[in-house]
Design a protein. Structure first.
Length: 230
């Protein structure tokens, strides 16, 4: 196989989490519309666009939610690309959307909500993890085909990104949310050889912009930059 053929056989797909959202009331916004990036979130998006400016990005796609579209726009603009939308990249559904969970909120103290907390392995309060894997793998594969031999950027949301990474790295899907390695505006990068994922990496191009209290939960996972058998 020629060196050119080997190069063409490698495709890189970056799963990017959106930037910070303007949400002064601390609402679990989930799939609700009307939640846009904050000024800081826009700076995060610009920072990642700068980070990727010299990369061979030929395809940019985002979840239909405003915060994802606004995060992806600077990346697409930097490469002179139209921004595509893929419904499969949307946030996970959650029965607690629209509620807050701060001190004194009471959302989890109401007996009517307890039925949603019975099974953390599925989970019972939202979209099953397996369903998230199916749709996210579909979005990854579609992006890999669209950017074959080049790079793609997909903007999505923390939970779906973490779940599909856990699946690819053969970890259990149920987990402690505080230990997800997927901070704001981070990149979870899947490298394909042909149609097969051969490595997964993680980076935080906008780390210096992320508030310290949010970084505290983004603890490294053993094997955080993992290569698979050739």
């Amino acid at each position: 196989m020629s060196s050119q053929k080997k190069q063409d056989d490698i495709t890189v797909v970056h799963l990017m989490r959106h930037g910070e959202v303007h949400n002064p009331d601390g609402v679990l916004y989930g799939r609700r519309s009307g939640y846009h990036l904050s000024d800081l979130g826009r700076r995060m998006a610009d920072r990642v666009a700068e980070h990727l400016a010299d990369r061979d990005v030929t395809y940019v796609v985002a979840s239909p939610l405003e915060r994802a579209q606004e995060t992806a726009t600077p990346v697409a603009k930097a490469h002179g690309l139209d921004l595509a939308t893929d419904e499969r990249l949307i946030e996970a559904a959650n029965v607690f959307e629209g509620k807050t969970f701060g001190v004194g909120d009471g959302a989890l103290r109401k007996p009517a909500n307890w039925k949603h907390l019975t099974n953390p392995f599925r989970p019972s309060w939202g979209e099953p993890y397996v369903e998230q894997v199916v749709r996210m793998m579909g979005a990854l594969d579609a992006a890999k085909d669209a950017a074959r031999g080049h790079e793609a950027v997909l903007v999505s949301h923390q939970l779906p990104i973490w779940i599909v990474r856990s699946f690819v790295e053969k970890r259990r899907l149920w987990h402690d949310p505080r230990k997800r390695q997927c901070t704001l505006a981070s990149l979870t990068t899947f490298t394909y050889r042909g149609d097969r994922i051969v490595s997964v990496g993680y980076s935080e191009p906008a780390r210096d912009l992320v508030p310290a209290h949010l970084l505290a939960g983004a603890k490294p996972v053993k094997g955080g930059a993992k290569a698979f058998g050739a």
